[in-house]
Design a protein around this ligand. Structure first.
Ligand SMILES: [Zn+2]
Length: 192
């Protein structure tokens, strides 16, 4: 079955037993938000025990504190009342396997999907590509723990983020499913 059919079929089953979820309110009931990676192995609803209506989950490549992630976090507290935030990166993140220069090169070569080998990503497609990729900050990760500290610190020091909100820093281990605290990040995100 094609992906589109699979998704619509699954949705039909989900909606058929939607029940009391139709009564959920807009603000997240448990008043917290998670910023995490889009990696397909991570399911924040499962690793953090979320049900519909519980929390905000903001996802992007790497779970990075990009301008757009911060935009969502500001809306999350200012309009929808979240009071605690988590930044959750993870082991074996794809954002560790390239840097801005490499991504620019890959896109300049072709717009096909690259291949991940032991020496990183390499382009196997045919061109043309585009040099537009060289203008973008891809927010890649050189050091997994440091990236959590950096992102918590960036959120903490943002002028639109109130000092009262604690920001916790964690790395999810894709081999065990466990959240491992990065104490330097949580320290950087301590409320005041
Ligand atoms: Zn990732």
């Amino acid at each position: 079955m094609a992906v589109l059919d699979e998704v619509l079929s699954a949705n039909g089953q989900y909606a058929a037993s939607f029940g009391a979820k139709s009564e959920l309110s807009l603000p997240p009931a448990r008043r917290f938000a998670i910023l995490t990676c889009m990696d397909a192995r991570l399911d924040p609803a499962k690793y953090a025990g979320l049900s519909e209506g519980d929390a905000h989950v903001i996802r992007n490549a790497g779970g990075r504190a990009s301008d757009d992630a911060i935009r969502s976090l500001v809306i999350s507290y200012k309009l929808l009342g979240t009071q605690e935030w988590f930044v959750v990166h993870h082991t074996n993140c794809g954002m560790e396997f390239f840097d801005d220069e490499r991504m620019g090169e890959l896109l300049a070569q072709s717009l096909e999907t690259a291949e991940l080998g032991p020496d990183g990503f390499r382009d196997i497609g045919s061109g043309p590509g585009s040099t537009e990729g060289k203008q973008i900050d891809w927010l890649t990760i050189a050091d997994a723990e440091q990236s959590v500290v950096d992102d918590v610190s960036r959120i903490r020091s943002h002028p639109l983020v109130p000092p009262r909100i604690p920001i916790y820093g964690y790395i999810y281990d894709v081999k065990t499913g466990r959240l491992v605290e990065i104490s330097d990040a949580t320290e950087a995100g301590r409320p005041s």
